[in-house]
Design a protein around this ligand. Sequence first.
Ligand code: ZN
Length: 221
Amino acid sequence: MCDSEDVQTLQRGMNFNLNSDYSVILMSQRRNAPYTDCIHEDEITIEYEGHDVPMFDPTIDPKSIDQSLYTKSGSLTQNGKFVKAIDEYKSDLRVAELVRVYEKIIPGIWSERGFFKLIDYIKKDSNGRMVFRFILKESEVEELENNSSTRRMRPRSRIIPTVVKKEVWERDGGQCVMCGRTDELHFDHDLPFSKGGTSITAENVRILCARHNLEKSDKIQ
Ligand SMILES: [Zn+2]
């Protein structure tokens, strides 16, 4: 949904600088996910695990060897590109890389989590091998508008927690509650926070298609 990147066709979870404006990562907090990604309780910090070396020998499990900054040919891996961007950011050589995050909520369904800034990483021992953990903080932008030749950042609204999205998705049957469309869907927080909406629960979130989402915001503004 809202798959402006066409998430389904991305070949990998880490996509550094996918276009000139931002990177894209796919994350999953599901129990059987290949990597352990998590969102902290503050809901604005993501810890994202770096990626393993590709399988190069069927007798060697990539999960048994250190994650790497370089490929065999010596170029930077995705981990390496993310680390380089963070090192440069911390040395004031560049601004933090903007990362658009998508999260798998149920198989085949990716939900946009929003834009985050790539600010730090740690190297961590995990069952005797080294893995990277990238730290991302929620960015103040929600969306890059792409209607004209110039892209524009839009201030972010509140994040709907994944557990709520999942519940709403199942309750609303994965379709617009107004017209039953199953594409271009958005999770809509019924009562905007600015108008007194309280905490986000499944009761005040619903699925709307792009058209009904727009009509609704026209009415409210
Ligand atoms: Zn609709």
